[in-house]
Design a protein around this ligand. Structure first.
Ligand SMILES: [Fe+2]
Length: 312
């Protein structure tokens, strides 16, 4: 009986330790990932693209704000944010403060479900079992219009179901985005079509990397698709990886750089064909405040250095 008690006690202490690590340490251990992506024409100068996602920012999260502030020292040429910026109705001023130095750089953005609806209380481990088709499960609205106005007033381009073209450091960029596919808000019919013939590079942006969006972008000739939403699996198994993606993407692509081509979802392990798009999924910088744990999946931002295709 004593042995059983000791075992139960030991497991309880170990569990509390893991939970403490995941909620107090790893959740705030921000890291910058760097990838080179060979998508530019020969002879082009490298283009530095900073990708931020899933801040889920609360006004009290000063460490996160300070860390995001520090990213301006990377001197990016373009910033992409892929949604889930805020987690409370009063978080927009804090978010604009976090982005303040970056808002002076060319930028584009799309929205995620958590830019529309406040999170609701739930089991923190529900992330592992949540039915991804259900959306956010709450109807309390967030100040989405204030968020969009705040980002747009400093010059960032709203790609919510829109296409646009930018010129950054002499490179012509065809860029398209959708509203959050996790909520079924994506209007691919508004952004579909071949890339502009005079574009040097074509980018597709989405919050949630659902296959229908990736397939559409890839078949229209996107060179690079950028997404967030997955939180990298958020609560992962050390040495194994993610258990879920919170969408219909396979766990092998839950974060980091991979390839995508039309139909890749049905043959996830096969080799990428010639001309396949690059796909970068960010594990994001936060968690919903109702599930404040990250395990074996540090919060991250990504610096993508776009380089000529010949360097691939
Ligand atoms: Fe998120």
């Amino acid at each position: 009986m004593r042995a059983v008690t000791k075992t139960v006690l030991g497991l309880g202490i170990a569990g509390a330790g893991v939970l403490g690590w995941a909620s107090l340490v790893e959740r705030n251990a921000f890291v910058l990932r760097r990838f080179d992506v060979p998508v530019l024409p020969d002879g082009a100068e490298p283009l530095r693209v900073l990708h931020l996602s899933d801040l889920h920012l609360l006004p009290r999260q000063r460490a996160k704000r300070t860390w995001v502030h520090s990213l301006a020292s990377l001197d990016p040429d373009l910033v992409i944010t892929t949604g889930d910026n805020i987690a409370a109705p009063d978080a927009v001023p804090s978010l604009l403060d976090a982005y303040d130095l970056l808002l002076g750089v060319s930028g584009v953005f799309v929205l995620g479900s958590n830019d529309y609806f406040a999170p609701k209380l739930k089991n923190p481990l529900g992330y592992l079992t949540r039915n991804f088709a259900k959306g956010v499960g709450t109807t309390q609205r967030l100040p989405t219009a204030d968020l969009v106005r705040g980002l747009g007033s400093r010059g960032w381009v709203d790609l919510t179901n829109r296409r646009d073209s930018l010129t950054v450091r002499g490179l012509r960029i065809d860029v398209r985005g959708v509203d959050d596919p996790h909520l079924g808000y994506d209007r691919l019919d508004l952004v579909r079509g071949p890339a502009s013939p005079d574009a040097d590079v074509t980018l597709g942006v989405t919050h949630a990397p659902y296959q229908r969006v990736l397939d559409a972008y890839a078949s229209d000739g996107a060179d690079l698709v950028v997404a967030g939403h997955t939180h990298g699996g958020q609560v992962c198994v050390p040495g194994y990886g993610a258990l879920v993606t919170n969408c219909d993407l396979d766990t092998g692509r839950v974060k980091g750089l991979s390839r995508w081509w039309p139909g890749a979802g049905s043959t996830p392990s096969s080799e990428a064909p010639e001309g396949a798009a690059w796909l970068e999924v960010s594990a994001g910088l936060g968690t919903a405040p109702t599930a404040p744990v990250r395990l074996a999946c540090r919060p991250e931002a990504t610096l993508l250095t776009l380089v000529p295709r010949s360097q691939g």
